[in-house]
Design a protein around this ligand. Sequence first.
Ligand code: NOJ
Length: 447
Amino acid sequence: MSPLAFPKKFAWGVAMAAAQIEGASFTDGKSASIWDTFARTAGKVRNGDNLDIACDHYHRYREDFELMAKLGIKNYRLSLAWPRILPQGRGSINQAGLDYYKSVLDSLQDEGITPWVTMFHWDLPQALEDQGGWRVRKTVDAFAEYADLIVKTLGDRVKNWITLNEIFCLATLGHEVGSKAPGSHESPAVVNQIYHHAILCHGHGVRAVREHGQRGSRVGIAEVSVVPIPVTETPRDIAAARKAFIASQFRVLDPIYRGRYATEYLRLAGRAAPKVQRNDFNLISLPTDFLGLNIYTGSFVRACKHGRAETLPLPKDYPSSDCTWLKFMPQALHWGPRHAAEIYKVKAIYITENGVGYNDQPPVDGELFDLHRRDYLRNYLCELQRAIALGVPVKGYFLWSFLDNFEWEDGYERRFGIIHTDFATQQRTPKLSARWYSRVMAENRIV
Ligand code: NOJ
């Protein structure tokens, strides 16, 4: 095998999410999500951008899938908008919403593209937020109803299910830092409870697929990791980085894979520890078929006294993208899956997101030379390949993102696409990175 080759049957794909691309925020019976509300609150989203039109993918999905197929894309991770299907979060069904996703999935099939469907990618129905949102356990019951419904009605078209996307962001960034919807600042006890409710929803997602999914259905979560990278690849620094990885997952992957909260987490949380009901962990730790990791960046860690992990500060001119949080750390794509495989004995890992945001300038004569994005991706993939060569069971990679789209609180300025979107005309233009990625997928190796 050439050193830059990937295993046979490696699943290459791209990822997007409903709220970021669809637009049609209030069309055909869709109700507001917390992001529609957040974007309408002054000062929350850059330039006052909202999700009303986005990439107008709601009306243009057929053309978008044709373009995917033309580039040789075989796997597409998309999400369903909960408020399009159950406008009140539970109860009465919006048939137009379900029909929309049926025809989206049919079009994908026509183009020979396999869907990987995320049940929940942050767009909580506002109606549920009005009743307490993630803070209350009733939302878990609503999610269970939603998960049952989508698996029952779309399960003939979907075999690969992803329960929730990045619980860290919806919980910590949404309810502690307040930079994402709903933008609140809760106490540690409430934030911990929100994590608990979210992992319960993950459990319901798994349960729904097991109960109603068709033969061959598979399910897993997609969680983000700011990956602790050993600053040198020595046993001591590697051990320190592993410890830091576990601590960073005390509220998501650790309870999911171990079926309990770590003693150290409970000690640290003290009186702010989440309230757990009997049998919660039976649901939370239901076996999954794969682990999805969204990996963009990391932190450098070394062992200090007694093997404790120390995170090193970055010099101020350390290479970065146009997102301040997204530093250039290709080794994250090596160590993220490697930690997860070694610690939790995961047998199948998918990189459910990796990519980079720059404020790209518009194309000139139909071309956009995003060499920074191309080089970022190429370096990250080399590190992923190194992990696979060592035996880490990574089975696929989804590039974030296909189109430039609504980058949450950063609005439309920050572009993650390999396809440029002109938001005034909705013209799509493949960037240099798209042509390059197309060759990578076709040759199943880094070119
Ligand atoms: C994580 C999220 O899942 C996605 O929605 C977001 O656009 C990308 N990372 C980039 O920030």
